[in-house]
Write a new protein. Structure first.
Length: 360
């Protein structure tokens, strides 16, 4: 199908790196010392201070991504802003003409991480796995699937989804990433079973990003003959800098068009019960932190019990996540959690389970 071409990867992503070479970093002495220590922990060779206040680090394309993500994590924001960075392929020395091309380190990281992610997407190394969501009363049937992003390196190893999300965030590509995953997820579902209910993760920041638009999702629904009622957007609060008004506006718009909306990871470190009344989701997902050993922990039982009770009164469905033990499932089932998800009832898999006889 030629329509299957991904809609979002055509965005132009600048290319600051090609092949092996040296990354030149100009900054103050303290920052350079810290950067050379980080380069050493990565096992990279360096020409210390080739000229005044300049460090040259020998890197290949693969090594640079790891190095940059460490710099991003370890350096102070001011250092990222005041350090200048330039990559020269081979063994070339920077010339005067190169200086105007030197970016701030923070910009350089943004481009490089975006390029890494863009290549991952365009080389089809971004995949979706599907994890079943089942009725607690009927754990053998399938109610829906959650689409989970997975990546593969060129060598075929799995890449942690959090690494992809952090690259997407650094590069300002969260919404592009989310939309690409949605497209892969809907397509995979349609190819496998001609459809079925599907939960799609969405970063709260994507809801205000013009690169994410419900119009894209509507197009997917038309293309793959999927009714909007079969799609549910899950918003997580993990970023805990959530623009509640923006997410709420998005929830209303999505609900008006028939899509479902869910609050993900409720009960995790960052979550906040007020979001239930602020966002009025159709579904809440209890975080696995709350599920874990719930049958043995009175505090967890009371908190989860109250959330389940309040949800029932408000006509909100509850999905308990991360169910791994039969005792957890049993407690959740007998205390009114309608749906469960977790390794006990199904691990994420490349293919959705057969959903022919699902009951909606
Ligand atoms: O934040 P969100 O709920 O979307 O994250 C789901 C993540 O949790 C996925 O990456 C998935 O692989 C993982 N996961 C799913 N079920 C289980 C489970 O039962 N136990 C554990 N430890 N992890 C799970
Ligand atoms: Mn989720």
């Amino acid at each position: 199908m030629s329509e299957n071409e991904l809609m979002h990867i055509s965005l132009a992503i600048p290319d600051p790196l090609r092949g092996s070479g040296r990354l030149f970093l100009w900054g103050d002495d303290d920052d350079l010392r810290q950067m050379s220590a980080i380069a050493q922990t990565c096992g990279l060779d360096l020409d210390a201070f080739t000229s005044d206040r300049c460090l040259a680090v020998h890197v290949s394309q693969d090594e640079i991504i790891n190095f940059l993500s460490l710099l991003r994590r370890e350096l102070r924001p001011a250092s990222l802003q005041q350090t200048r960075a330039l990559f020269k392929p081979g063994s070339g020395e920077p010339t005067l003409a190169d200086f105007p091309r030197a970016d701030t380190l923070v910009t350089f990281i943004m481009f490089a991480r975006g390029k890494w992610l863009g290549e991952l997407m365009s080389e089809r190394r971004l995949l979706v796995h599907y994890q079943p969501i089942v009725e607690a009363n009927q754990p053998d049937g399938v109610h829906a699937h959650e689409a989970l992003a997975r990546g593969r390196s060129r060598e075929g190893e799995l890449i942690d989804p959090l690494r992809m999300l952090s690259a997407a965030s650094d590069a300002g590509l969260l919404a592009v990433f989310d939309s690409t995953v949605h497209e892969l997820a809907v397509r995979g579902m349609a190819d496998a079973h001609g459809g079925g209910r599907l939960f799609l993760n969405l970063s709260p920041r994507s809801t205000v990003d013009p690169n994410f638009q419900l119009e894209h999702v509507r197009r997917l629904c038309r293309l793959y003959r999927m009714p909007p009622e079969d799609l549910v957007f899950e918003i997580t609060e993990r970023e805990h800098v959530l623009d509640v008004d923006a997410v709420s506006r998005f929830f209303r718009e999505a609900q008006d068009e028939g899509f479902g909306v869910a609050l993900d990871d409720l009960g995790s470190g960052f979550s906040n019960l007020n979001l239930i009344h602020q966002l009025r989701p159709n579904i809440v997902k209890l975080d696995m932190e709350l599920t874990r050993n719930i049958h043995q922990d009175e505090y967890k039982r009371v908190i989860a019990g109250k959330i389940i009770e309040a949800s029932a009164q408000l006509d909100i469905d509850v999905i308990a996540e991360g169910v791994e033990q039969p005792e957890e499932l049993e407690w959740l089932r007998s205390n009114g959690a309608r749906f469960v998800q977790g390794y006990l009832v199904g691990r994420p898999d490349e293919l959705p389970r057969d959903t022919q006889d699902l009951n909606r």
